[in-house]
Design a protein around this ligand. Structure first.
Ligand code: ZN
Length: 415
C-alpha cells in the first residue's frame, strides 16, 4: 500500500515538473524590447562574422520587405532622420476593396476584389506624385521649350518631396552573429541600392562563387560557410558612418560544433516579422501611428529630463494625457495575469500608474552601411547620421517590474 502511495506522489511530482517547463517556455514567447533588439544583426565592429542560415520551408535565402525611411520627432524636440518604419501596404496581406456602401466589391467571378492594406505614408507619396504636371509625360528634356523646362523644375521639386515618403525595398537575411552566438537567430536587414553598390551587390558574388567552387549551399549547416564582414568608417556630407568595405567567405565549416546548438538554430521558427514590427504608441494603432508620422506629429517618448519622463503626442493632448496616466486593468488579458498559486478567487485590483517609464533605448540606425550610396535624389533626403549605439544589454531594464510590464507593447524601437 505504502509503495503505491509513493508512486502516486511521484506522478504528481512529474506533472509539476512538466507544468513548470511549460510555463518557462510560455514566458519566453513574449519578447521584451531588449530581446527584439538582440535579434537585429547590425555590423558595426571593424570585423564581423555572420553565418547565413538555410531558409525555412517555402521561404527564400534572402527575403524582400518594404519599409519607409522617414524623419520623425524624438526626445528633446529633435528630429531623427532615417527612422525605419514597417509598411503595411507592401508587407501585409491584401485586403478586400470596399465600395461606397462599405461592402466588399466583387470581381467578375464573384470573388472579393483585393487591394493593398492602407498605408498613410504610401498614400502621402502618391498624393505628392499626383501634384506633378502630367503634360510633360513622354517629353524628353532636350525637346522641352522654356515654359516646359519651368514646369519640369517644379515637377522635380515635387518628386523630391514625394520620394521622402516612398516605401523602400530592403533585403533580410536570417543567420547567426558568430560574435554573439548566445543571441541565437538574428536578422540582417539592408537597403536595396539602385546603383548596384549596396550590401546585396557585395554579398551575392561571394555567395555565388562559394556555390560554384565548393559545389555547396553557402547556408548549409554542414557544408556552408561563415562570412567575414570588414567594416570601415566612411564620410558623407561631413558625417561619419559605418560602411562595408568587403565580404569574404571563410570556407567550409560546421554551423556549430555542438549538434544540439545547431539543431536549435535550424529549428528556430522566428522570422523577420517577429522582429521588424510595426510601430505603435500607447492607445494608438500602428495605422494611427503612421497617420501621425505622415502629418509630422508622431508621438515619442520624452526622456531628456530624467525626473520627468513622459509620452509626447504633438497636437493631441487627449492622447498624451491618456498615455501618461494609464489605467492598467490587470485582468485585461487572462494570459498575462498571474496570481499566487494558493489563491483560488480574489477580486482583481485595478491600479493607476502615472509616469510609466518604458525601458530606456539607445539610438542607432541599423542601415547606415547603405546610406550615402543612394541615388542622388534619395541621398538628399536621407542624410546619414553618426551611429550611436548602446549595447543591447543596457536596453533590458526593469524586466519584471509590474509598472513597466506593458511597455513592450509599444514598439517604439529606435530604428
Ligand atoms: Zn507604405
Amino acid at each position: 500500500m505504502k509503495n503505491q502511495e509513493q508512486t502516486g506522489d511521484l506522478s504528481q511530482l512529474k506533472s509539476m515538473f512538466s507544468d513548470y517547463q511549460k510555463k518557462q517556455s510560455q514566458s519566453t514567447n513574449r519578447k521584451s524590447r531588449g530581446d527584439i533588439l538582440a535579434k537585429y544583426f547590425v555590423p558595426r565592429a571593424s570585423k564581423e562574422v555572420f553565418r547565413i542560415l538555410p531558409p525555412k520551408a517555402g521561404r527564400k535565402h534572402i527575403d524582400e520587405a518594404f519599409f519607409h525611411v522617414v524623419t520623425t520627432s524624438v526626445a528633446g524636440g529633435k528630429k531623427k532622420h532615417g527612422t525605419v518604419i514597417y509598411c503595411p501596404a507592401h508587407n501585409d496581406p491584401k485586403v478586400p476593396k470596399l465600395g461606397s456602401d462599405g461592402k466588399p466589391l466583387l470581381d467578375a467571378n464573384g470573388a472579393p476584389m483585393l487591394v493593398p492594406a492602407p498605408c498613410p505614408l504610401c498614400a502621402k507619396y502618391k498624393s505628392w506624385l499626383q501634384k506633378q504636371d502630367p503634360s510633360l509625360k513622354g517629353v524628353k528634356k532636350e525637346n522641352m521649350n522654356s515654359m516646359q523646362l519651368i514646369v519640369k523644375t517644379k515637377n522635380d521639386e515635387i518628386y523630391r518631396e514625394a520620394i521622402k515618403w516612398v516605401a523602400k525595398k530592403f533585403y533580410i537575411v536570417r543567420g547567426i552573429d558568430k560574435g554573439k552566438e548566445k543571441d541565437g537567430v538574428k536578422f540582417w536587414r539592408f537597403k536595396h541600392n539602385y546603383k548596384n553598390q549596396g550590401t546585396l551587390d557585395k554579398l551575392l558574388p561571394i555567395l555565388e562563387d562559394y556555390m560554384t567552387t565548393q559545389q555547396a549551399d553557402f547556408s548549409d549547416g554542414m557544408t556552408g560557410t561563415d562570412l567575414n564582414i570588414i567594416m570601415t568608417d566612411s564620410e558623407f556630407n561631413g558625417h561619419v558612418y559605418k560602411a562595408i568595405s568587403a565580404i569574404t567567405a571563410k570556407g567550409k565549416s560546421l554551423l556549430h560544433a555542438d549538434p544540439q546548438v545547431m539543431k536549435a538554430w535550424l529549428d528556430d521558427d522566428i522570422n523577420w516579422r517577429d522582429v521588424f514590427l510595426p510601430k505603435k504608441a500607447p492607445n494608438t494603432t500602428p495605422f494611427e501611428f503612421l497617420e501621425m508620422v505622415a502629418s509630422n506629429t508622431n508621438p515619442y517618448w520624452e526622456d531628456t529630463d530624467q525626473t520627468n519622463k513622459h509620452w509626447v503626442f504633438p497636437g493631441r493632448p487627449d492622447l498624451e494625457e491618456k498615455a501618461n496616466t494609464r489605467t492598467m486593468n490587470l485582468d485585461r488579458d487572462d494570459k498575462e495575469f498571474e496570481q499566487a498559486t494558493d489563491l483560488i478567487t480574489q477580486e482583481i485590483p485595478r491600479v493607476t500608474i502615472s509616469n510609466i517609464t518604458p525601458e530606456k533605448v539607445g539610438e542607432y540606425t541599423d542601415d547606415a552601411s547603405d546610406i550615402g550610396k543612394e541615388t542622388l535624389a534619395e541621398a538628399s533626403v536621407i542624410p546619414p547620421s553618426t551611429v550611436t549605439i548602446e549595447p543591447a544589454t543596457t536596453l533590458v531594464e526593469n524586466s519584471g517590474n509590474e509598472n513597466q510590464s506593458d511597455s513592450s507593447d509599444y514598439d517604439d524601437l529606435p530604428f
